[in-house]
Design a protein around this ligand. Sequence first.
Ligand code: ADP
Ligand code: MG
Length: 398
Amino acid sequence: MNKRTVASLAPAEMKGRRALVRVDFNVPLGEGGTVTDDTRIRAALPTLQLLLQGGARVVLCSHLGRPKGGPDPKYSLAPVAKRLQELLGRPVAFCPTVVGAEAEAASRALKDGEVLLVENTRFEKGEEKNDAALAEAMAKLGDFYVNDAFGSAHRAHASTEAVARLLRPAVAGLLMEKELEYLGGALDHPKRPFVAILGGAKISGKIDVIEALLPKVDALLVGGAMACTFYKAMGFETGSSLVEPDRVEMAAALVERAGTVLILPHDATVAPAIAEGAKAHAVKRDAIPATEAMLDIGPDTAASYARAILSAKTVVWNGPMGAFETPPFDNGTNVVARAMADATAKGCITVVGGGDSAAAVEGAGLAAQMSHVSTGGGASLEFLEGKVLPGVAALDDK
Ligand code: ADP
Ligand code: MG
C-alpha cells in the first residue's frame, strides 16, 4: 500500500480541523425510510472513531442509490444520520444540502469531536461528472480529506476524485486501507500456491479479470454459467445453459493459451429450469442434456475445488459457482465458501470480491471466517483487473 492513511495523521493534522470524509453509506432503505442493512455504516466506524478521538470535526459525505438529476426524498441520507447517531453514541447533525452556504456554515459550527452528515452527493448534477466547481464547493466543507469509500473508488466523481485533489492531506480511511492491503497483497506478493476462483453469469464481464489473474496464479478454477461458454468452445452440448455465443471464440483461445492453469468444472448440476426444488441431477460435462441447463458446478467438481482451496496459501474468489439464489443450485457456492473458511483457519489468506459473491458468503454465515470480504463489488473487480482506481490515485502517497 503506497498511499497515506488516516492512521498516519499527526495530532496537529486532526485536532480542531474539519475532516471531509467520503464514506460509502449507500445502504438499502425500507418502508418509512429505515436503514434495513447497516453493514456499510458499521464498516466506517473505526475511521470515524479514530478521527473523533483525535479531536477532528467530522463532515461526512456519501451517495445513496441512483437519483436522477437532482434531489429526490426517496434517496435522502437523513435516515442514515439517525442510524449513525445510534451506532456512534453521539449526535450526528444532518444538512439537507450537499454544498453551499448552509452546509458550509454547519461545518464551521462543528466543535472538536462533533459530526455532520451532508445530503446525498448525487443530488448534485456535477457529482458524477467529476465537476471542478462542485469539488471546489465541497472542499469548503473540510480542511483535509479522508476517503473510506472503497466501493466508490473506481469512479472518478467530484466527491471521490476532484475534491481529493483540493485538500491536503488527502488520506485513505481504515476500511479503504484494509481493502487495498488484502486485495493488493494477494495480487502483488501472494503466498503460494495462489488459487483464484472465478464464477458468475457472464464471461464477458470477467474476461479482464481472467486475463489479469492468469499470469499470477498457480490455478484458476472456473465455475458459474461462465463455464458453459468454455464448454461450447470445447464442442460440448450446453443445452439451455447461459452461453455467450459471441465469446465462444475468445474462450477457445483462452483455453488454448492458459494450458493447465485454467481449470474447468468436470461435472455439472443440471435441471430443466431455475426453480426451487427443480429436478436437479449431476452429469459429466460432456453429457449435458439438450433440454436442460447447467445451473451449478457438479458435486465432484465442488469437492475437487475444495481440495485445491485447502492446499492453497492464498485464495481470491469472485463470482458464485451457480445460480446460488435458488437452492439446490447453491451447493457449489456453499462448498467453496466452506472450504475457504476452513483454509482461513489453517492460515491461508482468503479474499472474496464481488457483490453477489459477498452476499453468498454472508448468506452462508461465513463472512467472518474469511480473511477479507470486499465491500466494493465493482471496485474490487476493477482492482483485480489491475486497473488504477481514480479515488485511490488522488490520495497522498506515503
Ligand atoms: P459478482 O457480483 O460476485 O461479481 P456476478 O454478478 O458475476 O458475481 O454473478 C452472479 C450471478 O451469476 C448470480 O446472480 C448467479 O445466479 C448467476 N449464476 C452463476 N452461475 C449460474 C448458472 N450456472 N446459471 C445461471 N446463473 C448463474
Ligand atoms: Mg454481480
